[in-house]
Design a protein around this ligand. Structure first.
Ligand SMILES: C[S@@+](CC[C@H](N)C(=O)[O-])C[C@H]1O[C@@H](n2cnc3c(N)ncnc32)[C@H](O)[C@@H]1O
Length: 208
């Protein structure tokens, strides 16, 4: 008798899911895409609205979403497959591990970290992604001239991030005017703006 999957864990991977051949070796990114187009990575992509819009708007670029929750990974993949996107893959993995160990050095043209958990309690600040080991991994992974883009609705986390960025000279801060380039809103951004919150953004670049 055929077994009916009951949870997303029982189901086979969706075509757009990026399953590394070896989780302990650097990815050969070109194995997973049809071409060597510039690569953008969205860390903690959630339900993926931002990523899906970016991939549709920029067919000349490749995109990887990194997300630790399998249900969200599968949801984004199903949407991407329905849209026929061949320039988008989703990787179920932890963001820092992905930057430190899986992505090759100087392989990413833009990295996005949008609306991450601000861990508001002081005793949890050490769990925040935006600190020195993360910035080191960002800088390792970006190509020269590559950009790192960050947004948060949490004013104190924004200040924390500004301070950590200014203490990290391997990334230089850039202006980020609203109309600088196409940059769709994320699911959380839409939700938070509807609640009257405002987001602040940081744009930085690894010097060329
Ligand atoms: C607050 S949501 C934001 C999602 C999306 N970026 C947006 O703005 O709509 C944070 C997402 O990051 C994922 N996440 C949190 N920490 C992570 C980590 N260390 N590695 C990978 N994913 C992570 C969560 O599962 C969640 O989907």
């Amino acid at each position: 008798m055929e077994t009916i999957p009951t949870t997303s864990y029982d189901r086979p991977a969706e075509p757009c899911e990026l399953i590394p051949k070896d989780y302990f070796a650097e990815l050969t990114v070109s194995d997973y895409f049809e071409n060597d187009a510039p690569l953008e990575v969205d860390l903690g992509c959630g339900d993926g609205s931002f990523l899906l819009e970016m991939a549709q708007h920029h067919p000349e670029r490749n995109f990887i979403g990194v997300e630790r929750l399998l249900g969200r990974v599968r949801k984004v993949c199903r949407k991407a497959d329905r849209l026929g996107l061949t320039n988008l893959k989703v990787l179920r993995l932890e963001s820092l591990y992905t930057l430190e160990w899986l992505l090759p050095a100087e392989s990413v043209s833009r990295l996005h970290l949008l609306c991450p958990d601000p861990w508001p309690k002081a005793k949890h600040h050490k769990r925040r992604l935006f600190q020195e080991p993360f910035l080191k991994a960002v800088s390792r992974t970006l190509i020269p001239g590559g950009e790192f883009l960050f947004k948060t609705d949490h004013p104190e986390y924004f200040e924390w991030s500004e301070e950590h960025l200014s203490d990290y000279p391997a990334l230089e801060r850039l202006d980020w005017p609203e109309d600088a380039f196409f940059y769709p809103k994320t699911d959380f951004q839409i939700q938070w703006e509807a609640e009257g919150k405002t987001l602040q953004g940081l744009r930085s670049r690894k010097p060329a």
